[in-house]
Write a protein that binds this ligand. Sequence first.
Ligand code: HEC
Length: 158
Amino acid sequence: MKRSQLAAAVAVPLVMALAAGIGGGSRAQAEDLVAYQIVDGAIPKSLTGKPGDPAAGEATAVNRKLGNCLACHSLPIKNQPFPGDLGPDLASVGSSLSEGQLRLRLVDSKKINPDTAMPSFYKVEGLHRVAKAFEGKPILTAQQVEDVVAYLMTLKGN
Ligand code: HEC
């Protein structure tokens, strides 16, 4: 086998494996997502390779067009506009869950609980009721996921 053929033979299954790992969806969309690995109910590695920014994460979490976490969760911030209670209070979630567990919860909460009402924030397949402009795009970018994870890690309760 020539060198170029060998490269192709290795590259194609790799791309397919990455796409499958992200939800078995259409490859063109899945390729835009950073590949990640789930280990024991967690995604141990940062999607961006760097730690996120907690302040940016808080802003993303409360932004109704981005995280919109307050629709279902209470967060320890001032002036919460009627937080929802469908999901648990997140005031001490940084003590109860690891960074990797929080990352998987955000990326694809259905991997933890297939019946959950919580959206998968870093996934492009199986999202319902998405506006056309958002089709094929995850709700949050890899950077935004990392920022929210960093913010949640600061929530240690009292
Ligand atoms: C549509 C409702 C909804 C939205 C929006 C939502 N969640 Fe959730 N979340 C839930 C529910 C319900 C659970 C409870 C567990 C389950 O259903 O699997 C949960 C569980 C969690 C957990 C695990 C908590 C624990 O103690 O085990 C974390 C962390 C979390 N959510 C973070 C977030 C963050 C951060 C956001 C915003 C980026 C968010 N959620 C947006 C519904 C939601």
